[in-house]
Design a binder for this molecule. Structure first.
Ligand code: ARG
Length: 457
């Protein structure tokens, strides 16, 4: 089949060579954005008197027909037309005749493809922001129910200090808040029109780039034509923001997996977000959380793939840049799958408060309370730490927890200790008293929840 660019060629490539160069198998995802870009371009051409109104109208109606067919899944693409841009141009000419060939006046596939991707990402990032917010609201809901549920807090995965489970959950809210803000801020750089940059140097036609940008809903235009067609920073930024978001989901996933193990028994995932084993009848596996953790790898891979593709490229467009798409689509797909899954998993999970209570009452996570108690009574904290450490050692030897030690033993370690120590050692007391700003004290967690709710509208 002759190519739309075939004029200077004497021979045509074989099918398998065409297949290697073609992007239509994946860039057909940009069909609606490509049509939208073409409509804005042709409207601008006629408004600038570059195309007669009559031609522009014909082209516009042809593009609308293609849009309808695209929405109904009726467009047929061919590998020999390489990519979505040439496929649509060919289909337009088939639809309305040679006048369709006027559409490409004053533009190139280079500014066209960049425009498509800006449009595509602008919409997807907006949708992803909404998904992040829905997930944040699920976290707030669970956190609110569990402000006063006390669990051991960990450092080094060793029990450290008792905390509010709501406080623990809210950590992920704030991570997601930063992810959401990064996505929102990135829109500033996505929301820019490359259209009209031509192949690389602009065009001799008296086009109006601001008009086509406005028609497409972009807030601004690229100020340098080479930059407009060579820039893929906006995709890298999306992949980088997505990598960080997935890293957060993956950390959360890891905790969900740990908490739902027999060893922790802190939560039980709903049946609808769990899977069984084909051989072990007793199994209930946290597959969804594991998959999100696993999929984090491919998102990092997409970021590194594109960074590496771009690193040695001279200006301006190079065909290497066609490799920017699959990783972007895959990342969008991964985020759009992972966020609602996680949201559902968190909304429906059952929190095993009895196990948490048991855990926090049978450990040494209240040791800091004893040290703080002594320090508050005037003992230098370093000394209080040492006295408490020795008492912990005594307990371990005798098979006790601090709260089980008789008062005489405690007083033998320090006469500053009085009967009120037992109240101080209670996990609930320990948490309640950590009322410093942003601490796990119940009042602070309520305060934090109030702020959070304002951020998700
Ligand atoms: N399919 C191409 C891509 O995705 C479109 C731009 C092609 N431009 C060119 N000069 N070959 O990058």
């Amino acid at each position: 089949m002759t190519k739309l660019w075939g004029g200077r060629f004497q021979k045509t490539a074989e099918q398998w060579v065409d297949e290697f160069g073609a992007s239509i198998s994946f860039d057909q995802k940009l069909v609606l954005e490509d049509l939208q870009g073409s409509m804005a371009h042709v409207t601008m051409l006629s408004s600038c008197k570059i195309l007669p109104q009559q031609d522009a109208d014909l082209i516009l109606s042809g593009l609308q027909t293609l849009q309808q067919k695209a929405e109904n899944g009726e467009l047929e693409y061919s590998v020999s037309n390489e990519d979505i841009h040439l496929n649509l141009e060919k289909l337009l000419i088939d639809e309305i005749g040679p006048v369709g060939g006027k559409l490409h006046t004053g533009r190139s596939r280079n500014d066209q493809v960049a425009t498509d991707m800006h449009l595509y990402l602008k919409n997807r990032v907006t949708e992803i922001i909404e998904l992040i917010e829905a997930f944040q609201s699920a976290i707030v809901e669970q956190a609110e129910t569990h402000v006063e549920t006390v669990v051991p807090g960990y450092t080094h995965l060793q029990r450290a200090q008792p905390i509010s489970f709501g406080h623990h959950l809210m950590t992920y809210f704030w991570m997601l808040q930063r992810d959401k803000e990064r996505m929102q801020e990135s829109l500033k750089r996505i929301d820019v029109s490359p259209l009209g940059a031509g192949a690389m140097s602009g065009t001799s036609f008296p086009i109006d780039r601001e008009l086509s940008a406005e028609l497409l809903g972009f807030s601004g235009v690229y100020q340098n034509s080479l930059d407009a067609v060579s820039d893929r920073d906006f995709i890298l930024e999306f992949l980088s923001n997505s990598s960080m978001l997935m890293m957060h989901l993956s950390r959360f996933a890891e905790e969900i997996i740990l908490w739902s193990s027999e060893e922790f028994r802190f939560i039980e995932l709903d049946d609808t977000f769990s899977t069984g084993s084909s051989i072990m009848p007793q199994k209930k596996n946290p597959d969804m959380a594991e998959l999100v953790r696993g999929k984090t790898g491919r998102v990092y891979g997409n970021l590194f793939g594109l960074l590496t593709t771009l690193k040695g490229l001279p200006l301006a467009y190079n065909k290497d840049m066609q490799e920017d798409k699959e990783g972007m689509f895959d990342t969008v797909h991964t985020l759009m799958g992972s966020l609602p899954i996680f949201e559902g998993m968190i909304r429906t999970m059952n929190v095993n408060t009895a196990s948490m209570e048991k855990a926090v009452n049978s450990d040494f996570s209240n040791a800091t309370e004893l040290a703080d108690y002594l320090a508050a009574k005037g003992m230098p904290f370093r000394e209080a730490h040492d006295v408490t450490g020795k008492l912990v050692f005594t307990c371990i030897q005798r098979g006790y927890y601090l709260k089980d030690l008789p008062l005489e033993d405690l007083q033998a370690a320090s006469p500053l200790i009085e009967d009120d120590i037992y109240e101080t050692l209670l996990p609930q007391t320990a948490v309640k008293r950590r009322n410093s700003l942003g601490g796990t004290g119940f009042d602070q967690v309520h305060h934090q929840l109030g702020l959070a709710k304002k951020l998700i509208g």
